[in-house]
Ligand binder design. Structure first.
Ligand code: B12
Ligand code: SF4
Length: 475
């Protein structure tokens, strides 16, 4: 029995032929470690490997974003007589949908139930559905990174120390569906760090946690470990953590190179509207200056299309952000993920259609065929036409990713101060890439607008059976 774990490439990578933000798919290494020896396992990573589907059974990790692509693969494989097992966040929140494309689905965290599923696979008695449960910390084992072989990822030393999130942002699935917030025992984490140091001595540690520092006590113990291990690292933070001067000083002392901060919006009304209360009334701009002085590159994660956004407000935001010395801005259009409070709310008001992630993007004249979905709009907003918001977000990316001499000098200065010029160079390359990609997409969007697509644009959620959210008519 040969079981192949298949990792579907991120959609943004398809829009940029050069490799982009590639990370090892850790969930598969976690499952591989508890797969019985009677099953031969392999990894097929679309990011790095040529796609050849050779095996008896296939496991996919499904996110809302890649669900359609996974289902297409799954249907074809099952038609060819192969077994397909689906798991991951989207399966957890939309189990009935996933079941239509699988021999078995697994909801929730799977490592404690995976050996039983493998036994059923071997005995050809798979059940349709298995429900995993949050892995207790004392059952967390070190991830074995040898599973990824010599594949080349941008951040090969990716790891996670915690699971879940203790905040309740209304657009996010993690807080409610990833189980209670848990922390990995530090001795397990230390083994992973040692292994990563041996495998990738020059790579920085990329923590992929939703909320690495949610427990202040664990945070300080973890930072002490990182300091002792002398490993440089990057991670994501919430705004209140970022504005905690003492915590950021500990981060710098522990070897932090850069932090991505969930800013989302500079308008507190927007943050309150999506229950992102940790962002309210925080001295973000001062904190950016502080971490720059500490030698940490601040990366702001921004969303547009939030409830209180308007074209005028976003123009003001753009001008404000241009004056905030962040190393990089990661800009996305809001997405309405199934199962979230925001999804339920917008479904009730008719501002989003159910199952939008499954709708085919039909003709070539829709803007959404041009854009990656993180930059396309699939819901109705009182103050924006889709083209307008899409165009604006691309302008944001282009204008905020500039590499004027002053910006380059600042990023290098921060890098020099943090003894991390390599990371500063990575940031500068990312800015260049983003600006180049945004300019390319802007040209395509402008061509589509000139061709009169504006106003009549069909969104990804319009099909022959559902009314067009923009025109109110039938697509
Ligand atoms: C790391 C990460 C990434 C990395 C992925 C790196 C990689 N190569 O895998 C990067 C940065 C590339 C990424 C990209 C994106 N991500 Co992401 N990402 C995460 C993050 C922070 C951690 C995932 C992780 O590794 N967890 C650790 C593992 C061990 O846990 P796990 O994934 O839950 O896996 C367990 C179970 O789910 C289950 N399981 C998972 N897969 C499978 C498969 C099988 C067969 C089985 C049986 C079980 C199973 O068993 C595992 C072990 O218990 C999660 C947040 C989170 N808490 O999960 C967001 C998250 C998954 N990402 C999210 C999003 C939105 C995206 C993007 C769409 C962002 C964007 N706009 O571009 C892209 C698209 C990715 C895609 N392919 O579709 C959302 C997904 C929302 C949704 N409903 O789908 C999440 C939940 C973040 C959030 N809070 O919104 N992401
Ligand atoms: S803090 Fe981040 S991970 Fe936690 S609920 Fe909010 S958006 Fe999700």
């Amino acid at each position: 029995m040969k079981l192949v774990f298949v990792n579907i490439m991120q959609e943004l990578q398809r829009f940029d032929s050069m490799s982009y933000l590639t990370q090892p798919p850790i969930p598969f290494a976690v499952l591989n470690a508890v797969t019985p020896k009677a099953i031969e396992t392999a990894l097929l990573d679309e990011q790095t490997d040529r796609v050849r589907l050779e095996g008896d059974a296939f496991g996919f990790s499904v996110s809302t974003q890649n669900s359609k692509a996974v289902y297409d693969y799954a249907d074809a494989l099952r038609a060819a007589g192969k077994r397909v097992i689906l798991g991951g966040i989207h399966v957890t929140v939309c189990p009935e949908e996933a079941m239509r494309h699988a021999d078995a689905i697994v909801t929730g965290e799977a490592e404690t139930i995976w050996p039983e599923i493998c036994d059923d696979l071997l005995a050809d008695r798979l059940k349709y559905r298995y429900d995993g449960s949050p892995t207790p910390p004392d059952q967390m084992r070190p991830v074995d990174y040898r599973f990824f072989g010599n594949r080349r990822y941008l951040t090969p030393a990716s790891l996670f120390a915690t699971r879940g999130c203790n905040r309740r942002c209304s657009f996010c699935v993690s807080s409610r569906y990833m189980g209670p917030y848990r922390t990995k025992p530090l001795d397990v984490l230390e083994q992973e760090i040692d292994q990563l140091t041996a495998l990738y001595p020059h790579a920085f540690l990329q923590f992929t946690d939703d909320n690495l520092l949610a427990s202040r006590r664990y945070a300080f113990d973890l930072l002490a470990l990182l300091r002792r291990k002398r490993r440089r690292f990057a991670t994501m933070l919430t705004v209140d953590q970022f504005c905690d001067g003492e915590l950021m000083e500990e981060m710098a002392a522990a070897g932090c190179l850069g932090v991505a901060v969930g800013v989302e919006s500079v308008d507190d009304n927007n943050c309150a509207a999506v229950s992102k209360y940790q962002n309210l009334q925080q001295p973000f701009v001062e904190a950016v200056h502080h971490v720059n002085r500490l030698g940490i590159q601040p990366i702001a994660l921004i969303m547009v299309g939030l409830p209180h956004d308007s074209p005028q407000a976003l123009e003001t935001t753009l001008e404000l952000l241009k004056r905030v010395p962040c190393a990089y801005y990661d800009m996305r259009i809001l997405r309405i993920y199934p199962s979230t409070p925001l999804y339920r709310q917008m479904l009730a008001t008719g501002d989003v259609t159910a199952n939008w992630w499954l709708e085919t993007r039909s003709t070539n004249n829709t803007c959404n065929d041009v854009l990656p979905s993180s930059l396309s709009m699939h819901f109705r907003h009182d103050r924006f036409q889709p083209m307008q918001l899409q165009h604006l977000s691309l302008r944001f990316i282009n204008e905020l990713s500039g590499t004027a001499p002053g910006t380059i000098a600042r990023i290098l200065r921060v890098g020099r101060h943090g003894r991390a010029l390599g990371f500063a160079t990575l940031v500068l390359r990312s800015r260049q890439r983003s600006a180049r990609q945004a300019r390319m997409l802007l040209r395509q969007v402008e061509r589509a607008m000139a061709a009169g697509v504006d106003g009549q644009t069909r969104t990804a959620c319009c099909t022959a059976d559902t009314p067009c959210l923009q025109t109110g008519g039938r697509a």
